[in-house]
Design a protein around this ligand. Sequence first.
Ligand code: JFZ
Length: 428
Amino acid sequence: LLLSNSLGAQEGYKPTQENLENRQWFQDAKFGMFVHWGVYSVLGGGGDPGIAEWIMQNKKIPIKQYEKLPSFFNPVDFDAAEWVRMVKDAGMKYITITTKHHDGFAMYDSKISDYNIVDKTPYGKDIIRMLAEECRKQDIKLFFYYSQLDWHHPDYYPRGRTGQGFTGRDESGDWDAYLDYMNGQLTELLTDYGPIGGIWFDGMWDKKDADWKLGTTYQLIHKLQPGALIGSNHHVKPYPGEDFQMFEQDLPGENTTGWQGSHISQLPLEMCLTINGSWGFNLMDQNHKSPKELVHMLVKSAGRNANLLLNVGPMPNGQIQPEHKASLKAMGDWIAENGETIYGTRRGIVAAEDWGVSTQKGKKLYLHILDWDKDVLLVQPFKEKVQSVVFFKDKSKVSHRLDKYGLLLEIPKNKKDGVDTIIEITLK
Ligand code: JFZ
């Protein structure tokens, strides 16, 4: 028996060779762009810097009123080629985009529901298709975010933690019919858009004790596209059938948000992060992370074996906010110089510490010194023998001593880099 329920998920799942290769690709890729874009973007948070894609819930907008939003969504400036070019220039290797968020609105041409971008907006075009085609042209992988939680579908019942009372729906519904609908939309996404990178689930946490029949859904996905990677933002240990593990706004193992738990699986890891303080477009949010902070998050993720999935919330006109374009450009400039120490690496033999992290590819070990202003640094001891120690930037020698206390490095002021002082160690 292959099918199983949510508790067992896809018990006995054996990833195909293609899937395993895609996991390697994923771990080598290191950096992707997350996109939260939907009809909520039109409201830009409604003047509240803390609200974006959650506005339906946070402002208790009934379905009848919310259903007017699609008629205002007309992203005439959307240019898939420009988005993908920007992604490449930022040094990113993939895009993960919201095909349906919690509001239930499909950003693609769904045939099983007309609550979608083609049928309900004046724009009338399938942005997911345009993006999929452009990604294929420019060799960028495309992943689909899909919200299991749905504030719009009548059969999403009983309601979960959210969506209580305000939406104006009947207090009834057929849960299995909802799951069929969800699986139907996933089938569309996995058959009509060519090979995709994977499915990024979110929203299970809304109904922790519901029978999500994950085994059925995961098996369906792996049957339709065995190479597609499944991940889910459920904040618990990965279920059988998942191909990567997600960490929301948190470096694996840190659990600073308190939601995440400290379990780190053997699966490829990914951390998602907002570029300011919002996922979807927010007009008031000026909390833009600096390029230095963003580079540090990329490096710290890599040093913990995780990818960074950096989010932008495009504006309702289809453009990316200029501040975010600038941040992405700055990251791209940094990666153009230093990408060798990130792409294709794994966490290095030197564990993460307050001063920074290490990444490694074969005999090349890179120490990324991110926060350290003294002129000497003692790195914890390791067993491997050292062939040479140089500054990555100019390949000049680093004065050092390796003994039982560790590796003592001299880092003169003029060799310090304001963002990341990278030491390249060749191991014997
Ligand atoms: C979720 C979404 O709600 C959010 O809009 C965004 O898409 C983000 C990437 O993922 O965020 C969560 C996930 C889990 C919880 C809350 C928000 N939770 O467990 O309460």
